[in-house]
Structures are given as structure tokens and as C-alpha cells.
Design a protein around this ligand. Structure first.
Ligand SMILES: *Cc1c(COP(=O)(O)O)cnc(C)c1O
Length: 387
């Protein structure tokens, strides 16, 4: 079989397993109400949890940034791409998260790969929750360290693995703060205790908690009252609640300087456009100042969960903006998602290998931009399509 025929066969297998992925066209700005493939619908698929991706003030900051600094950053941070907007954003992130320093990365995927590789190498150990985001799992593999995956949120299983590895080896525990396809949270206080007992690093990827949780949006770590001492490596992204693009790692002076020297995904890539950093600075101000966004989101989460319970729809246990409805096989998840789309609701079907076999689901995400009415209409549609 030639190469093309092999590809064709692989694609056909995917299609018949109902695992084929295809992109829809978003024809309006990111918002609660969008136009997708020519159809107006209510959007329950976005990670723009606070409704900031198209906020006029964030947009204005972006435009001012572009007028002042142009579009492209021109080079990596270490060559000539590091400007005042980047620098100020790093300082503001360090202050906001209560860490000594913060370092920008162009994406969250790259931040995880860079941070993990700087801390563990061949001969070392990395411990990861089975449901960690793909970027953390890939980071573990690429690092060359011995990868130990433990059952989801199972501290006893993690401790057994820590126990059985050589005391002198470097160890890193890496977890999602809020799990991206399940919406539940890692038991951070217990993880921090285990990390300190076994002298392991602890890295928390708070992509889905940052901006959303905590009294002023400081994320799951703020919510749990954990500082740099308990969680020495905090990673979070701007592409979700902050509504922009990019990511950062925060921690000690030594950690950040080590990343600047060694993280290949930091060194060998073009810096974020300065206008994106400017927009993110404005977004960070709004996250802190407009706590009504978090309060409204929480209100909507409660409303959805109560309504679903009344309909006998078992959402996974989650009190974050991610509210999954597990449907079982991929074909069923796809069918329900398509039916909802025909009725004007954009709710994606998440299938293996993104989630384990037999747990294909609708991943419903809520946003502060939704109204009560949006939630009620979704519940009516779910009653028709999914029960
Ligand atoms: C989205 C996400 C990432 C990747 O961030 P990008 O900036 O989109 O590359 C990493 N970790 C988690 C948990 C995520 O949800």
C-alpha cells in the first residue's frame, strides 16, 4: 500500500468509528450568541468563561498596543522580541499570583513542555493524573523522565508510586487544577502535602481555574489558599477566562531564570505580539475588578445543575464552568450534539481519545455572558434531545 492509500484507509476507519473530526466555521466574534456554519446559535462550547474575548475595553487595549508597537513581535524574547508590554504583564502576573516572578510563553502547550523539561530529565520521575491535559502528558513524555500515571485524583495511588521510587531521584508531580473535560478539581492541599513529604516538585496547570475561581480570579490556588511554597510552579493560560491568547509560568526567581536559560519552547519561538500582551493586561484588570462576572457564572452553574437534576440528566459532579453530560458511545454523543445544533445550540461532542472509551460526552461550558434565559432554553432542548 502506498502512503496516500494508508492515509485514506486511516481516515475511513475513523469515519466509520464515528471518531472523524471536522471543523465548523465560527462566523461571528466569540460570544454567548454566535453564527456557526451559517446558523445563529447559543454557544455552549467556548472557554471564554468570563465573556472577555470580545470586550470593548480589551479590544481598545489591543488596538492601542498595535498602534504603538505594530503587529508582529519580530523575534523571540531573548533576541529582540521582549517589549515593555510583555515585561509589565509579567510583573503584574507575579504580583497577582503572589509569586516572585512570572514568565510569558506563546501558548499553554509550550509552557507545559518547557517547564516540565526544565525540571526533570532522563533518570528522573514525573507523576501525572491520568486525566491530565494532553499538553502535560506530552510534556512528560518529551522530558525523557520516567512517567507514572496515577488514577484520577487518587492520592493514595500517587503516594504508593512516590514511595516506590528512589529517594535521591528528582521528582515532579504535575496535575491540571480544573480538569478540562470533567470540570472537577484536583485535591491541591493533599497534593502539596504529598509533594513536600516526598520532596517532589508540584506543578499545577490552572488553565480552567485562572480568572474563574478565587475571590478576585486568582484561580484554584487562590481558592485553596496555596502559595509559592506549597505549589512552586503555577502555569495558566490567557486563551480561556482572560479571553486573549498565550500563557505564563509563575514561581521563584530561580525557576524563572532557569526557564529563560533552558526552556526550548521559550527560547526558540517568536514572542507573543505585544498587542496581545497589552490586551491581556487590560483583561487581567477586568478579571480582578469585575467580580460580578464570577458571581453570575456561579449562579448560572447552579441553575443548570438544578434544572438538569429535575430532568433526570446526570451531569458529572462539577461546580466549575465545565458541565459535562456523559452519553457513552461516540455515535450517541455525536447524534445528540447534531440534534442540538439543528435547534440552535452549539454543544460539542467530545469523543475518544480526548476522553476514555465509553465516556463520550457533551462538554457544556457556561460563560458570564450567558443569561438565565440561555440556560433555560438549553435545558428545554436537552430534555428533547438527550433524555
Ligand atoms: C487549553 C489548555 C492548555 C493549552 O493552552 P493553549 O494556550 O491553548 O496552548 C494547557 N492545559 C490545559 C489544562 C488546557 O485546558
Amino acid at each position: 500500500m502506498d502512503g496516500q492509500a494508508g492515509l485514506r484507509q486511516g481516515l475511513e476507519q475513523r469515519r466509520s468509528a464515528r471518531l472523524y473530526r471536522r471543523r465548523r466555521l465560527l462566523q461571528s466574534p466569540q460570544a454567548a450568541h454566535v453564527v456557526v456554519d451559517g446558523r445563529s446559535c447559543i454557544n455552549f462550547s467556548s472557554n471564554d468563561y468570563l465573556g472577555l474575548a470580545n470586550d470593548s475595553r480589551v479590544l481598545a487595549a489591543f488596538a492601542r498596543g498595535a498602534e504603538t508597537f505594530g503587529v508582529g513581535s519580530g523575534a523571540s524574547h531573548l533576541v529582540c522580541g521582549h517589549g515593555p508590554e510583555h515585561h509589565a504583564l509579567e510583573e503584574e502576573l507575579a504580583a497577582f499570583t503572589g509569586r516572585e516572578r512570572a514568565l510569558l510563553f506563546s501558548t499553554g502547550y509550550m509552557a507545559n513542555i518547557g517547564a516540565v523539561a526544565a525540571l526533570v530529565q532522563r533518570g528522573d520521575y514525573i507523576f501525572e493524573d491520568k486525566l491530565n491535559h494532553a499538553s502535560l502528558l506530552d510534556a512528560g513524555r518529551l522530558s525523557g523522565a520516567r512517567m507514572q500515571r496515577f488514577l484520577h485524583n487518587d492520592i493514595a495511588a500517587l503516594q504508593r508510586r512516590l514511595e516506590s521510587c528512589p529517594g535521591a531521584a528528582s521528582k515532579l508531580i504535575a496535575v491540571d487544577g480544573v480538569f478540562s473535560m470533567d470540570g472537577d478539581c484536583a485535591p491541591l492541599s493533599e497534593l502539596a502535602l504529598a509533594a513536600s513529604r516526598y520532596k517532589a516538585w508540584l506543578l499545577v496547570d490552572d488553565a480552567h481555574g485562572f480568572g474563574v475561581l478565587g475571590v478576585n480570579g486568582g484561580g484554584l490556588l487562590q481558592d485553596a489558599g496555596l502559595g509559592q511554597r506549597e505549589v512552586p510552579i503555577l502555569m495558566a493560560t490567557f486563551g480561556k477566562a482572560l479571553g486573549t491568547f498565550g500563557a505564563f509560568v509563575a514561581g521563584s526567581e530561580e525557576l524563572v531564570e532557569t526557564l529563560i536559560q533552558q526552556a526550548r519552547t521559550y527560547i526558540y519561538t517568536t514572542a507573543l505580539p505585544p498587542a496581545v500582551a497589552a490586551a491581556t493586561r487590560e483583561s487581567l484588570r477586568l478579571v480582578q475588578r469585575e467580580s460580578w462576572r464570577r458571581e453570575h457564572l456561579q449562579f448560572l452553574v447552579t441553575r443548570l445543575r438544578l434544572g438538569a437534576e429535575q430532568l433526570g440528566l446526570a451531569l458529572l459532579p462539577s461546580n466549575t464552568a465545565i458541565q459535562p453530560l456523559v452519553l457513552g458511545d461516540a455515535a450517541r454523543a455525536l447524534q445528540v450534539s447534531e440534534k442540538l445544533f439543528e435547534q440552535g445550540f452549539f454543544v460539542p461532542a467530545i469523543r475518544p481519545p480526548t476522553v476514555p472509551q465509553g465516556t463520550a460526552r457533551l462538554r457544556i461550558t457556561l460563560s458570564a455572558a450567558h443569561s438565565e434565559g440561555d440556560i433555560d432554553r438549553l435545558l428545554q432542548a436537552l430534555e428533547h434531545c438527550a433524555s
